[in-house]
Design a protein around this ligand. Structure first.
Ligand code: KG4
Ligand code: ZN
Length: 337
């Protein structure tokens, strides 16, 4: 079974081919980051127009790479939501039109399910059941995953998602969009001992989290340091603040994950979503795993952020539930569980 996957929920056009026998055979991605950078964030209308420009050439590039034709595809999976309405409509329209033309099934995929299952594209791959720490720009959740489609939310952020906190904090530190990865790079040469920021809800009895207060604490710290430094932060201070922020967020994510593992008795932790690319988070989880005797799994680094491969894969997993191609809709807001 050869499944074409199309992702267009935000600012990345991703297209991939997943073969149920041979695994991921091709994946191509176009990121719109440079286009949105001059506006300091994603401009939805520009995102939709760019997806329109990219989606067909990326599909052709995937097929050409492995010497196949459209007629060789057995099913098409696309991100139906959540995401930007106009952006979602591009992938949805192309997927439905192609599937209708080819007379093959079309599979509507939940974007978070794509992230959630993406560690199964790595080797070694985790067996079910597992605990998932889903940390993206739009969501931060701890989930018990018993099988494909069997998801139970155990805890989640009550306000900002972890990636959103990275991006907003980066912005107030004057870093260019998208700031999360830049902030984390600067944090690596920051001094963890110079500043200490609050760990919101670290010791709450539940598995919920909260990150918006952390951003406010950074703002207060930045103002205080700017006042001491006559208006502008020196480079080392900026790095030290980045480090203090990252220390706080990583500690909360690790502690809540450990608590969830204990509560569920699960022995496997899967990390998914863009923040899963964070090196300090990975190192802290690896250390905890060695100490507490559980296994931790990550998607391949290139598949942490949005991509078509995870959608093709989730589509292949879901093929048996495929809807007929007649009629389509997008779901900009959509809970996975
Ligand atoms: O999963 P994703 O591509 O998009 C959503 O579905 O939201 O995640 C994007 C998020 C952004 O907020 C970005 O700042 C964050 O992941 N991110 C990182 C890193 N790389 C991406 N955050 C921290 N450290 C990183 N290395
Ligand atoms: Zn995503």
């Amino acid at each position: 079974m050869l499944v074409l996957g199309i992702e267009s929920s935000c600012d990345e056009t991703g297209v991939a081919l997943y073969d149920s026998e041979h695994g991921l055979v091709a994946h191509h991605l176009h990121t719109q980051m440079a286009m949105h950078a001059e506006y300091g964030g994603v401009v939805p209308e520009l995102a939709s127009r760019d997806h329109i420009r990219r989606v067909i050439p990326l599909t052709e590039a995937c097929l050409a790479e492995v010497g196949l034709r459209l007629a060789d595809i057995d099913a098409i999976a696309y991100t139906q939501g959540p995401g930007l309405g106009g952006a979602l409509l591009v992938g949805t329209s192309v997927a439905n039109a192609l599937a209708f033309g080819l007379g093959i099934p079309v599979i509507a995929v939940h974007h978070l399910e794509g992230h959630l299952l993406s560690p199964l594209l790595a080797t070694p791959r985790p067996d079910f059941p597992f605990l998932a720490l889903l940390v993206s720009g739009g969501h931060t959740q701890l989930m018990a995953v018993h099988g494909v489609g069997q998801y139970q939310v155990l805890g989640e952020t009550l306000d900002d998602a972890a990636g959103e906190a990275f991006d907003k904090t980066a912005k107030l530190l004057g870093l260019d969009y998208p700031g999360g990865p830049t902030l984390s790079r600067l944090a690596e040469s920051g001094d963890p001992a110079r500043f200490t920021l609050p760990r919101p809800m670290l010791n709450s009895a539940d598995l919920d989290m909260s990150f918006s207060g952390l951003k406010t604490a950074v703002l207060t710290l930045v103002r205080q340091q700017e006042a001491q430094q006559h208006g502008t932060l020196d480079e080392q201070t900026r790095k030290d603040i980045c480090r203090a922020f990252q220390e706080a967020i990583v500690e909360v994510l690790v502690k809540k994950s450990l608590k969830a593992l204990k509560q569920t008795g699960m022995k496997r932790l899967v990390v998914a979503g863009g923040v899963g690319a964070n090196r300090q988070l990975r190192a802290a989880l690896d250390q905890a795993a060695a100490r507490r005797k559980f296994e931790v799994f990550y998607p391949p680094l290139a598949l942490c952020t949005d991509n078509g491969a995870m959608i093709a894969f989730a589509g292949a997993m879901r093929l048996k539930f495929a809807e007929p191609a007649a009629g389509f809709s997008v779901k900009p807001r959509w809970d996975l569980a």
